[in-house]
Design a protein around this ligand. Sequence first.
Ligand code: ADP
Length: 874
Amino acid sequence: MDLPTNYISEFKEYALQLAEAFKVGIVISKPTGGIVLQVGYDSHPIENVRNVDLHIEGGVNFNLEISSTAHVSETALNAIEKSLNFCLNDLYQRYRIERYEMFLDTAADWFWESDPDNRFVYLSGKVEDVLGLRPAQIIGHTRREIHGRQHDLSTPQWQAHLKQLERHEPYCDFETRWVRPDGGIRHISLSGQPIWTQKGEFAGYRGTGLDITGKKQAQIDFQNLVEGSIQGICIHRHWEFVFVNPALVKMCGYDSAQEFLAVGSVEKMIAPYERERLYEYRLAKERGEQIDTHHVADYLTKSGEVITLESINSLIEWKGQKAILSTVIDVTQQKKAGQKLQEHRDQLQMLVDERTQDLMKSEQRFRNVAEAASDWFWETDENHKVTFISERFYELFDLTHEEVLGNSRLEIVENQMKIPDVSQVWSQHLESLNHHKPFSIRYWVRGRRADRVCIEIKGKPLFDDGGVFKGYIGAGSDVTQEVETQEALRLAVKEAESANSAKSDFLSNMSHELRTPLNAILGFAQLLENNGQANMTERQLMQLKHIRLGGEHLLELVNEILDLSKIEAGKLTIIAEDVDLKNLIDMCLPYASAFSEKYNVKIEDRSVDGLPLIWADALRAKQALLNLLSNAAKYNQANGTVWIDTMETSDGFVRVTIRDNGIGIRESDKEKIFQPFQRAAGQDGVIEGTGIGLVLTKKLLEEMGGRIGFESNYGEGSAFWLDFPQSVTPEKSNAPPDQMQQVDGRSVCAPQTHYTMLYVEDNPSNLSLMAGIVDCIPNLRMVSAHTAEIGLTMLQAQKPDLVLMDINLPGMDGFQAVREIRALEKVKDLPVFAISADALSDTISKGQDAGFDRYLTKPINLPHFMSILDEVLK
Ligand code: ADP
C-alpha cells in the first residue's frame, strides 16, 4: 500500500528537519529504485554512512541512507533512524484510519454502537439524513424503544430479530420500514456485530445502517410490475422453477404460485412431444451458444390440456445465481387460428392444385381437340412474319426452322415450297391480312411425301388492349384427302344425276310410247261403247268392254310405275287443296261399281256428310282410294261385301276405311304388302296384280301428310284405312257434288254456239280419236294440222277459239309453237292447251313456262276433257 502524496510530503518535511538538526545527509528510496527524498548536507568529510530499512505494517518498505561526519554520534544516528521510522508508522496509521473511515462512509449510511443493554451509545451524523432524527435523540434508547414507536414488533420478522439481539448474535441486512418525523418513508437495512471483551463478556453491538429505500422501491416496482403483468413471467434455474407470476399461474391452470412451483421441473410442464426439442435448446443455451432467445412450444396445463406458449428467455442473476427469466404469452388461440388459416390455405392450395390439374387437363383436352381438328398451329407478328409454328408442320413439309421462322407465309410458299403461281389465291388473302380480318384459305403446295398437298390455313387476328394489331394466330391442316374425296363425290353425284335423268328420260319416253297406243285403244273403245252400241251384238259389246278394261289396266300399270318412279325421284308434284272427302268418295263410286261387277261383290257406302274438309291433292287422294276399293273387291270372296266408312280421328285426321270380308292376310304376309312388287303368298297367277298399288298408295298418302294402316284376319277379311290431314279451313263441307259429276254422264255437251278447235297432231289415230270426241259435241268443229308450222299459218288465217297442241311434233315442237303464238299480236290471247303423253311434272311445268294455258295428258279422260271444254268455250 503506497502512502498518498500528502503523507509522503509530511514525511519528507520531517526528514528534512532531522537532516538540518543533526547535520546529516538523508536519502530515502524505494527498494525498487525510486528516490523518495534526498537531502544532502555539505559538512565534510563524510565518515559515516548508515543504510537501514524502514518497515511499516502493511508492507511499505523504504531504504534509508544517513551520511554523517565523525561529529555525529551513534546515538544521534540511532535517534534519527527511530524518529524517521516512528514518523513513517504514525503517518501510515493515520492514513489507515482515514481509509477505513472512507470505506465505512461508502459502505453504510451511518454507524452505530450500543452497550450491553442494547442502548445506543454512538451514531454517526449521517443517521439524521436518513431517519430524520439527530443522534442525540437516539442515544440512550434501545432499538425496541425507537422502532416500537411506529411498529408492531410482534410480527415474526421483528420477533426473530429481537431474539437475535438477546442472544447477541451477529445479523446482517435486517430490513425494516421507517417513517421520518416529516412523514417520509424510508426502508432501512441494519447489520450488527456483537463486541466481546477480552474476558469474553458481551460489550454491546457495533454496526451499520443503510438507506435501501431506492432498492426497496425498485423491488416493489418490480413486484408490482411482475404481479400485475398480463404476461406470464417465471424464473427457473436448471429447469427448476424458482419464481412465477400470477399471470403464468393462471395461464397454466394452477390455483396459486405455490401450487405451480410445487411442480418443480419445467420439463414436467412441456408437452411430451416437445421435450426432446426443448432439451436440445436448453443444452445449447447452457453451452453458451448463440441461440434464438425467442421460441414457441406446447405445454400442459394442470388439467393436461395442451396450450401453446411463446416465450422470450434471458439470462439474469437471481439471488446471486444465474437463472433464466422467461416472459411468456399464451398463443394457443393464435396457433389454432394459424392452424385454421393453414388448413384454409391448404384447402385453398388443394383447390388451386385441383383447378390447375383441371386446367391442365382441359388444356390438354383442348390441345388434343385442337390437334385432332388441325395438323399444326402457327403465330405471326404484326408484319405477318412467322414467329412460331408447331413441329407437325416440319414433319409434313420438307422445311427447316430457318426457312420458316421470320418469313411471311407468302415468302415461305413462293421461295421454299416453289409453288409457281400463288398470286391469284393470295390477292384475296393479302387483302384479309391488310385489313386484319379473320381468314380461311386453301391452296396446293408440295409436301414431304406428296408432290401436291392441299392445305387449309385458318387465322384469327390478335389485338392488344388498346386495339393495336399484334399479329395472327391460327392453325393449318392437310385437307388433301378431304378435297379429293369431295371431288370424287361431286363427280359421283354428277354421274348419279345424269343416270337419274337418263332414267327419267327413259320413263318419260316409255310412258309416252305406251300411252300413245293406249290412247288410241281406250279412246276408240270408249267411242265405240258410246256410239256403236246399237250396231253391235251383245258379244261384241262384251269384247269391246274387255278391250277397254284391258287397256285401262295397262294404263293403270303404266301410271303406277311412272308415279312410283316419280316419287322415288322426288318429282311427283302434289297440289294440295281443301277437298271434301265425301265428294271424293262419291266420285270413286262409279269406278267401284265397275269393280263390284267384275268381282261379284257388293259395295256398301256408309260414308257420312259434314266431316271436316281434308287437305289433299284430289287426284292423288282419289287414286289412293280407288286402289283400296279395287283391292277390297279383288281379294274378296264371291258375293262378298265392301264397306266404305268415314270418321274423324281424335288427332286431327279424317279417316276413310275400306273393309271387306274377303280372304284376309296371313300374319307372315303382313310385313311385305307395303314393299314394291311383294304380294301375299299364293296370289301370283291367281289374282291379277303387280304388288305396287299399296306401296304407291302409302307413298302418296305420306306425300300429302297422311297415313295408311290396316287390320286383317286371314280367312275373315281386311280393313284398310286412309287418314287425311284436316284442312285448316274450319267450315264443314256441305258443298254440292262437283261439276265433274254432272258431266260424267258423257252425253252432256255444254256449248251451244259454234266454236272451232285447232288440233296440231301428227299421230293419225290421235287425230281421229279427237275427231270422234268433237263429233259428239254439237257446236264444236275441229280443224287439224300435222305440224306446228302449218298450225301457226292456219291459226292466223282462221282464228280458232281453242288450240290443242301436241308436244312431240316433227320440226317445230309444241313448246316452240306456243311461244310463237304468244308472240303474235293478233292471236296471243288464244287459249292454247298442250296435249301430250309425257306426264312428267318437269315437262308439265316446262309447258306452263312456255305459255300453255293447260297441260292435258294422254290418254284423254273424256269427262274431264269435256268439262274443260265446257269451261273454256262458255
Ligand atoms: P296388287 O294388288 O297389285 O298385288 P297391292 O300393292 O295393291 O298389289 O297389294 C299388295 C298385296 O297385298 C296384294 O298382292 C295382296 O296380297 C295384299 N292385299 C291388298 N289388299 C288386300 C285385301 N283387301 N285383302 C287381302 N289381301 C290384300
